[in-house]
Design a protein around this ligand. Structure first.
Ligand SMILES: Cc1cc2nc3c(=O)[nH]c(=O)nc-3n(C[C@H](O)[C@H](O)[C@H](O)COP(=O)(O)O)c2cc1C
Length: 310
């Protein structure tokens, strides 16, 4: 019945089985990473993006849900900085499944490489975030192919034998241009894609609702665009004879969505904004039984994709 889907995805030495992880930013602390890593249907865990120094992020409001159901966020890469994170992580590593560290630098490729070295090897792979639309210069490295190339090469060098996944920005005319630059520089996988830059004008104030004014759009309304982007990257891989793997992320909330990404050319997928709906869900379902948590959705997705009883 229908196509069968790969039970695992190998990205160099990284094995995701099943080929499903969370998207960066929806789990933020080592205890959360550990807890999520024990869920059925999860093949890997991705950390929240880490930068070198501690950052408070933007002032609230940093998230808004638009009338059309899409989510706009401008968290601004808030976090404890790499050294504190590495200290906290030491007590929790390894997890039940491979842990992928997400790393960014607003400064330079060398600075991103320094962050990777400070992680002391406690990761299975690096996800290089060159695509955050919410910090100054956050996605510049993903928009300029020369910078994409420099960041990818520096990350590969710092991660040594571990794999580097490059998270692309959709905020370019042609995603295959930075995609090809990352592939030429040795990326083991390309992840399609980070959030779309957007704004939300509050109808009551007629002003941008987010303190940062603009944010990154995520959720179901970016899925169709990202499917086209995955197809474009898959065509570029084929035409160029590349071997990199493709990750698909954006709006996935179940097996049907996952299949669309696999059919478009993705080798693994990530679940993000669906998490947001999870927390109110815990409360909502007291009165609306039948609503699923992310944990239940992932279990069902695994059963539906691979035919195992949940
Ligand atoms: C609140 C929030 C925080 C995010 N934080 C990060 C982050 O730290 N690093 C990153 O690479 N992407 C981050 N993202 C983007 C997601 O990882 C993902 O690429 C995007 O949300 C699309 O997937 P989705 O529609 O399933 O959410 C964040 C998204 C949201 C909504």
């Amino acid at each position: 019945m229908g196509a069968t889907y790969p039970r695992e995805c190998r990205i160099g030495s990284l094995v995701l089985s099943p080929p499903v992880t969370n998207a960066s930013g929806f789990l933020a602390t080592p205890p959360e990473y550990r807890r999520f890593s024990a869920y059925r249907g999860v093949g890997g865990v991705v950390g929240k993006t880490i930068v070198r120094l501690a950052k408070p992020g933007h002032e609230t409001p940093v998230v808004v849900v638009k009338e059309d159901g899409s989510v706009l966020n401008a968290i601004g890469l808030a976090g404890p900085g790499v050294d504190e994170h590495a200290r906290e992580m030491a007590d929790f590593y390894p997890l039940h499944v491979p842990f992928i560290e997400s790393v960014a630098s607003e400064e330079s490729a060398d600075d991103a490489a320094l962050v990777i070295r400070r992680l002391n090897g406690r990761y299975a792979a690096i996800e290089l975030n060159i695509s955050c639309p919410n910090v100054m210069k956050g996605m510049l490295a993903g928009q300029d192919p020369n910078l994409t190339s420099a960041y990818t090469a520096a990350a590969k060098n710092a991660a040594r034998i571990k794999s580097v996944i490059v998270k692309l920005t959709p905020n370019v005319d042609d995603i295959t241009e930075p995609g090809r630059a990352a592939a030429d520089a040795g990326a083991d996988a390309l992840l399609v894609a980070n959030t779309e830059k957007d704004t939300y004008i509050n109808p009551h104030t007629n002003k941008p609702h987010l303190t940062n004014k603009t944010g990154g759009k995520s959720g179901r309304n970016i899925m169709e665009n990202n499917l086209r982007r995955v197809e474009a990257i898959a065509r570029m891989r084929e035409a160029g004879g590349f071997k990199f793997k493709i990750g698909g992320v954006g709006g996935i909330a179940g097996a049907e969505d996952a299949r669309k990404y696999f059919d478009a050319g993705a080798d693994y997928i990530q679940v993000g904004t669906e998490f947001f709906l999870d927390r109110p869900l815990e409360i909502k379902r007291l009165t609306q039984p039948g609503l699923e948590t992310v944990q239940e959705m992932l279990e069902r997705m695994e059963a539906e994709l691979y035919g195992r009883a949940a």
